[in-house]
Design a protein around this ligand. Structure first.
Ligand code: MGD
Ligand code: MGD
Ligand code: SF4
Ligand code: MO
Length: 874
């Protein structure tokens, strides 16, 4: 048994993980008790990391077309095709599209190869879809892309304002830290600003369901109110801020009517914010992913600069980052308009310093193409060789069908991934097997500038190689042997740290020069450390801007004049589709969907839609809904709820063609971007909805796999195999033959109840006296206890499986809420009612639910209200 300290590969909280590996290679995961980000906590996704090592679907050797190839052949091909294309069409005819999930060392090599050696700035990253507006907003206000705060500020604050941030599901451990802090200091208040009523509302003292897109109007109103109430910190503004008058004038010219908020809620918010010195404003995708994302960021920063609430304990603006190394990618210059170490590509001195340090033959003088433009250039045939690493753009970019067509039409596409089955890898010319989390080694930076080590737990799967190593090898094959002679991540890290010292001399914030002489052993042992890390501060730093000095030419923080644009306007007859995340899946599901535990919470792509919109469009609960826009179409299960506003339905982003027939929601999202940052607005697609009206609906469970053949399908793992939702426009003639094909069980014994006339079908398959598969169909959405039926796979045959639910003597757990202990909604409500439970902690004592990772606690709290209401009615 050995224990390895590493870092979670999912969200930007950056939790420390302890992995225990036994001699058989079995990995047990727990939270690192002393990592400063989580102090032992992990959320549902972090806790289930051990389940994602499943070798099924891993790509084990390079693939050229559909055949396996050796590394030499594959990398020669990549190097030759890139070199040829550059020779014929110039450096800007090639591009890299990379990811905030690469490690810093991978990212550094990608950036050096493209900018310093190929000589193009056509390298952009999925952070363009994620953090670009924050980067642009920070640079406008601070001169650099600096996150000033630290996590402790969230615990020390008296008011936390969450803007467009579903922290309970997307940054669960940070959320739990706030929950704990609020419990210890009940005077702490939380405001949640989100058009949707999310799980995060559970801790909110005030929820502001603003009109989508109206954040600038809200924060402009706040700025003018700060001024009117005489709460501007004039000493701070006088000494450290510029642009105050212009920003205030712009703000004062606007009212808050665009927000649609009622007077009482709005006034409460304004008074709380203005009256509370220790205020932290947290923001993420509800702010960034917008046509005026950058203005939204600056509207927020303006209020903090005007009140001097920045760089001090318990207050400040706080951008929480999405991906594990979103920050590292920004630091290393992964965006098409940046250079390494927060240097700017358009600044000649900066370019010279980087080129001189790299001793590189070339350096682009202008920014490269940003993600959306980059794929448009691919579509026009201007980019002829493209290398996609660690991201799945056929699912995650807006106008996803167009992106897919662009990739299909590109002369030469390389994808580095863990699997050859992702929607993007499937259409590449060459797929290179990269090592994944648990096999990789290097560093990541979390939301609070903390650099932590990811360490290998297991050897690489098959022939998989590290991303930095694959790229360095291609760099050498393209003729730059010395520049890419790295033999380990530590070599790359030291070089990067040295360059940061030169950047710092140019008045840049990012400086880790204190680590430039680390030995290999010291790199191996590197403890989580927050940058800047310099000779004077070798153990790292706390808050930035404590001295009121910013990185602008005048050293003053800049307030910006921003105006609410017209994007909050209702779309008339059409709906405004909001998209985002769910608790237990990570992005395009390539890893989290391997975990049965994580697949129980929400097993199918869905559309949250307001009851009025459902009624107006003839949609009933659990119907299948076609969601259509000018760009494309998706089919999702209707979930009718007033958690969303009328006119503003919501759909999750996770489903791909691997797990659903028509679940890729970005097919309907237009590629509208923020003019400053180039970040797409993923939260405002103009759509219509209509019921799909299939002839039959089905639910299938099986112990082995299944190959869904139906107009609509969605599959998911469960602890005993697979499950699928199905629907068809025409009913099969022979249901038994259909079921045999579905499960590929041509000879297994069958029991069935088939009423062909009514379309009610129940078929079970048996082997050696055990149930191994079952199919339930009906003309209406099938009413079967899913978790119960899935739990019967492999059990001894009994007649009850055809009933689709447990007998009266057996409880039906209902849909799973607590994934750690597999506790269903019915079990929880029954316990609340029968045992008269009054708190989430009591539910934990009675059922264990919510007592491990805690990710389901907001839902338990909601059920508590539900159960208590039922109790009161009885
Ligand atoms: N479980 C899970 N966690 C994750 C991820 C994951 O895939 N799964 N991904 C990670 C990544 S990369 C990221 S970027 C983060 C994202 O984390 P979040 O930003 O919290 O996630 P989202 O769900 O995309 O969007 C947040 C909220 O913005 C709201 N919103 C939409 N429009 C507006 C608006 O105009 N104004 C305001 N104020 N709010 C609006 C949405 O209703 C939504 O609830 O999550 C990270 N954590
Ligand atoms: N409509 C809509 N679209 C969105 C968003 C939204 O809110 N709404 N959010 C956007 C945001 S914020 C983000 S961050 C993106 C995320 O979107 P993507 O980056 O496309 O999503 P992932 O599933 O994280 O893709 C990572 C890929 O890398 C592979 N991989 C994992 N580890 C490694 C590794 O170490 N090396 C290599 N080479 N490959 C690896 C995985 O198998 C997977 O295929 O989606 C964006 N798209
Ligand atoms: S909060 Fe969860 S997903 Fe995010 S880093 Fe921590 S354990 Fe991983
Ligand atoms: Mo993200």
């Amino acid at each position: 048994m050995k224990t390895i300290c590493t870092t979670c590969p999912y969200c930007g909280v950056g939790c420390g993980v302890l992995a225990n590996v036994d001699d058989a290679g079995t990995v047990k995961i727990k939270g690192h008790p002393t990592h400063p980000a989580n102090l032992g906590r992990l959320c549902s996704k972090g806790s289930a990391l051990g389940e994602t090592f499943d070798p099924e679907g891993r790509l084990l050797a390079p693939q050229i077309g559909t055949r396996s190839a050796g590394w030499d052949e594959a990398l020669d091909l990549v190097a030759d095709r890139f070199s040829q294309t550059i020779a014929e069409h110039g450096p800007d005819s090639v591009a890299f599209y990379v990811s905030g999930q690469l490690l810093t060392e991978d990212y550094y090599v990608a950036n050096k190869l493209m900018k310093g050696y190929i000589g193009s700035a056509n390298i952009d990253t999925n952070s363009r879809l994620c953090m670009a507006s924050t980067v642009a907003g920070h640079k406008r206000a601070f001169g650099t892309d600096t996150v000033p705060g630290v996590y402790e500020d969230l615990e020390e604050a008296d008011l936390i304002v969450l803007v467009g941030s579903n922290l309970a599901w997307c940054h669960p451990v940070l959320y739990q830290r706030i929950v704990a802090a609020k419990k210890a200091r009940p005077q702490m208040k939380v405001v949640n600003i989100d058009p949707r009523r999310t799980a995060t509302c559970d801790i909110a003292d005030l929820h502001l369901p603003l009109a989508p897109g109206s954040d600038v109007a809200l924060f402009n109103r706040l700025l003018s109110e700060i001024h009117q109430q005489g709460c501007v910190d004039s000493a701070f503004v006088g000494a450290h801020v510029e642009g105050f008058e212009d920003a205030l004038n712009a703000a004062s010219g606007e009212d808050a009517s665009a927000t649609g908020l009622n007077h009482h809620d709005l006034t409460t918010f304004l008074n709380w914010w203005i009256g509370t010195e220790k205020t932290v404003t947290v923001f993420s995708q509800g702010v960034n992913q917008s046509q005026q994302g950058t203005d939204k960021v600056n509207a927020i920063l303006n209020c903090h600069l005007a009140t001097g609430r920045i760089g001090k304990p318990g207050c400040g603006p706080f951008s929480v980052t999405g991906q594990p190394n979103a920050m590292g990618g920004r630091e290393v210059g992964g965006l098409a308009n940046m250079l390494a170490c927060h240097l700017d590509i358009e600044n000649e001195t900066h370019r010279d310093v980087v080129q001189g340090f790299w001793k590189s033959p070339t350096m682009p003088e202008q920014a490269g193409l940003k993600a959306v433009d980059l794929f448009e250039a691919v579509g026009r045939g201007e980019i002829k060789a493209l290398w996609i690493m660690c991201t799945n753009p056929v699912v995650s970019l807006p106008d996803a069908d167009k992106v897919k067509a662009a990739i299909e039409g590109c002369d030469f596409v390389v994808v580095s991934d863990l699997s050859a089955d992702t929607d993007t890898a499937k259409i590449a010319d060459v797929v290179l097997p990269a090592t994944g989390w648990g096999e990789k080694d290097g560093t990541v930076t979390n939301s609070e500038r903390m650099i932590s080590r990811q360490r290998a737990i297991l050897p690489p799967a098959g022939q998989a190689r590290h991303d930095w190593d694959i790229m360095s090898d291609v760099g050498r094959r393209m003729g730059w042997a010395d520049a890419f002679a790295y033999s380990a991540p530590a070599d790359i890290f030291r070089e990067y740290a040295e360059l940061s010292g030169l950047a710092s001399a140019l008045n840049r914030d990012f400086d880790i020069s204190g680590l430039q002489s680390l030995s290999d052993a010291e790199f191996e042992a590197l403890e989580p450390t927050r940058w800047p890390i310099t000779a004077n501060a070798p153990k790292g730093s706390q808050r930035m801007f404590a001295d009121g000095q910013f990185f602008t030419p005048s050293s003053r923080g800049r307030m910006l004049a921003v105006h609410q644009n017209a994007t909050t306007k209702a779309y008339g007859e059409t709906l405004r589709l909001n998209t985002g995340r769910i608790r237990d899946q990570w992005h395009t599901m390539t890893r989290t969907a391997k975990s049965p535990r994580l697949s129980t919470h929400m097993a199918e792509p869905y559309l949250e839609i307001h009851p009025d919109d459902a009624k107006n469009n003839g949609i009933r609960d659990a119907d299948l809904v076609r969601v259509q826009s000018a760009e494309g179409e998706a089919v999702l299960r209707a979930l009718i709820t007033d958690r969303v506003q009328k006119g503003v339905p919501f759909a999750p982003i996770h489903w791909t063609s691997e797990y659903a027939s028509d679940g890729r929601i970005s097919t309907v999202v237009p590629s509208v971007t923020d003019p400053v940052s180039g970040q797409p607005d993923s939260k405002a697609a103009r759509v219509t909805v209509s019921p799909m009206s299939p002839a039959w609906y089905g639910f299938a469970v099986s112990q082995k796999g299944l190959t869904p053949n139906a107009s609509y399908w969605a599959t998911a793992r469960h602890s005993r195999g697979w499950r699928a939702e199905l629907a068809g426009m025409d009913a099969p003639q022979d249901w038994q033959a259909y079921a045999r094909d579905l499960f590929d069980l041509q000879d297994a014994e069958i029991t069935s109840v088939i009423d062909a006339e009514r379309g009610v079908v129940r078929i079970a398959f048996h082997e050696n006296g055990c149930v191994i598969a079952a199919l339930f169909c009906s003309p209406e959405p099938v009413s079967v206890s899913r978790s119960w039926a899935a739990g019967r796979m492999g059990d001894e045959t009994s007649s009850s499986i055809l009933a689709g639910r447990p007998g009266a003597d057996q409880p039906d757990p209902g849909a799973i809420v607590c994934a750690c202990f597999n506790v269903g909604v019915n079990t929880i409500i029954d316990a609340i009612v029968q045992k008269d439970l009054i708190s989430v902690d009591q539910i934990g004592i009675a059922l264990e639910a919510g007592s491990n990772c805690g990710s389901c606690r907001p839902e338990l709290a909601a059920l508590l209200v539900n159960g208590r209401t039922r109790l009161a009615a009885e």
